[in-house]
Design a protein around this ligand. Sequence first.
Ligand code: SF4
Ligand SMILES: [Zn+2]
Length: 447
Amino acid sequence: MREPPVKKVLYWCPRCNVPLLARTCGCGAEGFAVPLLRPYDARPALKGDRELLKRLFRDQYGTEVLPKVLILNKTGGVDRKDLVIANGERFGWLSFDPVHRKYDLELTFEALPPIIQSATRGVVDLKDLRGAGEDIRDGRRIGGKRYPAGREIPDGGVIIRWNGYAGVGVCTGGMVKVKEVGRVSSREFPDPGWDEVISHNRHHLKNLERNAIRFIRQQTEGHQCVNISFSGGKDSTAALELARRAGFEDAYFIDTGMEFPETLAFVRSLGIRTILRGNNFWREVERRGPPRKDDRWCCERLKLAPVKEWLTGRGECITIQGNRWYESFARAGLPPAARNPYHPSQVNISPLRNWRALEVFLYIWWRDLPCNPLYEKGLERVGCWMCPAMLESEFEQVRTAHPGLYKAWMGFLQEWFRKKGLDADAIATGAWRWKHLPPKMRGPKSG
Ligand code: SF4
Ligand SMILES: [Zn+2]
C-alpha cells in the first residue's frame, strides 16, 4: 500500500515557543521541525493528561515545572506509550504498565535544561552506580550501559548527576541503564498557553477549514441525500461543523447501547435527532463472547446493521464522516471517498482525512465548539465503554469514572472465561482483548 502524504514532523516557532500546523508562525518566524513517530498523530495534552503528567513529575522527580503546552504523540508499546513534546523538544516517554497497573514518565536528555535546577527526586549520583565511576576514569563510554544500583532505587526513569554533568536513565530491578550524559545548562523558555497557540495558527486553521468545506461541496454536488455520521467524538464534532458550514444538517448517531453516559448527554445537548439503535449487545455477547481486537463482530451488529436499515430505500447517499489517516496504521490508506462495502449505496467522504488530532482540537477550540468531556478526563477515544480497542490505561479510567459499568463488564468476562475454561489471568492484564495474542503481548515463555 502506498503511504499517503502524511506529515511526519511538527513545526515549532522558536520565537513564540508554540507548535505550528505548518511551517510559518503568525508572528512571521519560520518554525523548526520536530520529528514525530508513527502514526504521527500529534495531539494536545488535555486536562486529564496534564494532571497525570504533573503527578508523575512531582512523584518521580520532585518538581512541578511543567510547560502549559504539551504535545503527545502516541506510539507502539505494550499499552499506552506517548512521546511527550515540550518546548519544541522530545521531553519524555509516558507509558502504562498493564501488569503492575502503573504509569511511568521517563525523561529525555533534552528535557533537562528547564528542570535540572528544580528536580529533587529520582536523582541518582553516578557514584551510586557500581562500576560507572571506573568506566569514566578509564575513558570508556557509559551511555547505553547498565550498572547495578548501590542503593535502593524504584523502577522507572531517573535523572543522573555527576561532577557538573547530567543525564537520564531508567532503573529496572535494581539495574540502571544510562541513556545519555552530557553538559546541561539550566534554561528558561516562554510559557504561552493554548490561546496563543490558536492565535499563532489562525491562518493555517482558516486554510484547513476552507479546503475541507470546498471538498465537501465538490463531493456532494448534485446529490439529494447527504448526511453526517456523528459518533460523539472530536473528529465527528469537527466534521459536523464543517458539514454545517457547507450547508448540511442531517446528522445521525448510532447508539450501540454501550455508549458512555457522557457521550449520550453530549449528543442530546447538540440536538442530533436521528438516533439509530444497535442490536442488543448483552444478548449477542452471551452467544458470541466478548468482542476482541481481532474479532470485532460488534461493529457489524451494533453499527453497520442499523445504518443499513435506516438508509434502505433512500437511493444513493453521501455520508460525511470524521475518519482520519493518522488514527491508526489501518486508516493510513483512507481514500477521500469510498463506497461502503456493507451498504454500496452509501459513499463515505472524509474531509478530515489529512488532519491530525492537533488540527482537530485546535479547530474545535478556535470555533469554540462544545466537545465530549471524556477527552478532558484523559480518554483518547470515546467509542463503546468496553471496546476491546481501548488501552488498559483507558480501562483504568472507566474503572474510576464508572465503577458500575466496569464491574458489569468484569463480571461478564469472569463468567465467560469460567464457562469456557479459559485462563482468567487474561482479564486482569487486558489480554482478553485478543483472541490470538500479538507478539508484543506474549510473555517470554510463550515466545
Ligand atoms: S466501538 Fe469497539 S465495542 Fe463498539 S462497536 Fe466498535 S469495535 Fe465494537
Ligand atoms: Zn512565532
